[in-house]
Ligand binder design. Structure first.
Ligand SMILES: Cc1cc2nc3c(=O)[nH]c(=O)nc-3n(C[C@H](O)[C@H](O)[C@H](O)COP(=O)(O)OP(=O)(O)OC[C@H]3O[C@@H](n4cnc5c(N)ncnc54)[C@H](O)[C@@H]3O)c2cc1C
Length: 446
């Protein structure tokens, strides 16, 4: 990684999460002079590699959807074959409870009929559940819900059955929005459902990473960016922004001051708030960011002496502390299980030992795995995502700010998506396009 100081004024991107990486790629492909500055020692932000007993895992198990078109577009641009980094599986949901289990598998026919048939063939739903789900499907997704409505209210007023709500919609909501259905925005949930189920069949495919997250996008992107003259600086925190009147002119890092014509702040929301404190033109933005609320994601990695062989590879648990388990054979580590617990809950106050014991017990009971793990790693990402409530939707900022040349990117900006990899990538693309449009209009002025 080159710590070179750029010799001319340039576009600086602060933060190399998936939003910053996306902005850098979209600008570099249009031959812009870009410098990407990251405080950490690796790219990737909240979707990055961590080590567990000598093996690479993630700061949290991630999955994607076939509907992540903007992410897949990035792979195309940098010449990375999707099949090298993701296993693509037709939608397969298995949610296992103590007495009831629901299993839904989408056949390979066009959308939305694949969902219709999946629902008709679903195991664990009664004919009344199926009839209600199908009959009320269009009521569930159309028209846009009232902006204050929560997912629980949406499910109630569209007459979803208790079992479909508990085994289908609630787990989907918590997984996609990382927010409990009682609090989650109905509109945001509708957006995810429409994108996943209403366009192409393959949009509802599950994309399971073949590698740790660092090797899915950050590493290949770093290689591509270096080949496209992007200067990537790591281990330097940006501590301040410089202005001349109402125009950005540079950034101050822990090591140096760098001039810039345009700056994209692609940090997380709380770091952005810190960077713009005391800038009079950004007072309202700062106030809004200060009101942001966050949800945690807890991941427990367990290591066994031999391959664990969970079937299916990804399983949902209903009525337990553990919500989803993944057999990490998907990343070539069949001796590791990742157990995921989204959002707040009783686990938040548990000690690490208590949490690990509870997760092991859940796996033993539900997945019938009697082996005793030999090692464990608990990662609690306290601010994994913003809380996807209706109120939060009003606080999410646009990419443009009131300061000339200063843009925002990040999963928390207005993308229409919850905090996801796709949302982050969209935000980076949007910010880059605004800069490119601005450059083009300057060039075309006679
Ligand atoms: C445990 C977990 C599980 C998740 N699971 C999924 C999933 O299954 N599917 C999905 O789609 N999404 C998932 N997400 C959400 C997804 O990871 C995030 O939405 C996405 O990574 C956010 O990217 P970002 O670029 O907006 O922000 P970040 O990743 O937070 O990037 C911001 C970057 O800015 C850097 N930075 C901050 N301040 C400074 C500074 N002053 N100077 C320089 N650099 C700075 C940070 O170090 C960081 O690298 C999950 C998130 C977590 C935490």
């Amino acid at each position: 990684m080159s710590p070179d100081i750029p010799s001319k004024k340039t576009i600086i991107i602060i933060g190399s999460g998936w939003a910053g990486i996306s902005a850098a790629i979209h600008l570099a492909r249009k031959h812009q002079a870009v410098t990407l500055i990251e405080a950490a020692d690796q790219l990737g932000g909240r979707a990055r590699m961590v080590m567990f007993g000598g093996l690479p895992v993630d700061n949290g198990q991630h999955i994607g959807l076939g509907a992540y078109h903007n992410l897949l577009e990035l792979f195309d641009i940098i010449g990375l074959r999707e099949s090298l980094v993701f296993h693509r599986l037709p939608l397969l949901l298995n949610v296992i409870g103590d007495k009831t289990s629901v299993s839904l598998k989408a056949p390979e026919i066009p959308a939305p009929f694949h969902l219709l048939v999946a629902c008709l063939r679903a195991e664990g739903l009664s004919s009344t559940d199926k009839a209600k789900t199908l009959f009320n499907w269009f009521r569930l997704i159309r028209p846009d819900a009232h902006h204050n409505m929560t997912v629980t209210e949406l499910l109630r007023c569209t007459n979803q059955s208790e079992r479909a709500s508990r085994f289908l919609w609630a787990p989907l909501c918590t997984a996609a929005l990382n927010t409990h259905p009682d609090k989650a925005s109905a509109r945001l949930f509708q957006r995810v459902l429409k994108d996943a189920f209403m366009r192409k069949r393959t949009d509802s495919d599950l994309l399971l990473p073949r590698h740790n997250m660092g090797h899915v996008l950050p590493q290949p992107a770093l290689t591509w960016l270096s080949q496209h003259n992007v200067s990537v600086i790591t281990q330097q925190r940006v501590t301040g922004l410089q202005f001349i009147r109402n125009k950005i002119c540079g950034v101050i890092t822990s090591h140096q001051t760098l001039p810039a014509d345009q700056v994209i702040v692609a940090t997380n929301a709380w770091s952005t708030a810190r960077l713009i404190t005391d800038i009079p033109d950004l007072k309202k933005l700062h106030e809004n960011l200060q009101q942001f609320k966050y949800e945690p994601i807890t991941t427990v990695f367990l290591k066994y002496t031999r391959a664990v062989m969970l079937k299916p590879t990804m399983q949902g648990y209903a009525g337990r502390l553990t919500q989803w388990v993944f057999d990490r054979k998907i990343t070539d580590h069949p001796e590791i299980i990742a157990a995921v617990i989204s959002a707040e809950g009783e686990h938040s106050n548990m000690s690490k030992d208590e949490l690990v014991r509870t997760v092991i017990n859940d796996i033993r009971t539900v997945s019938k795995l009697s082996d005793e793990p030999i090692d464990s790693l608990v990662i609690r990402e306290k601010r994994a995502t913003f809380s996807a409530t209706p109120e939060m939707e009003n606080l999410r900022p646009a990419n443009m700010t009131a300061v000339k040349g200063l843009m925002l990117a990040g999963d928390y900006t207005q993308t229409g998506y919850p905090a996801t990899l796709e949302g982050a990538v969209i935000s980076g693309k949007q910010a880059a396009n605004k800069i490119l449009r601005c450059h083009n209009s300057i060039r075309t002025v006679p």
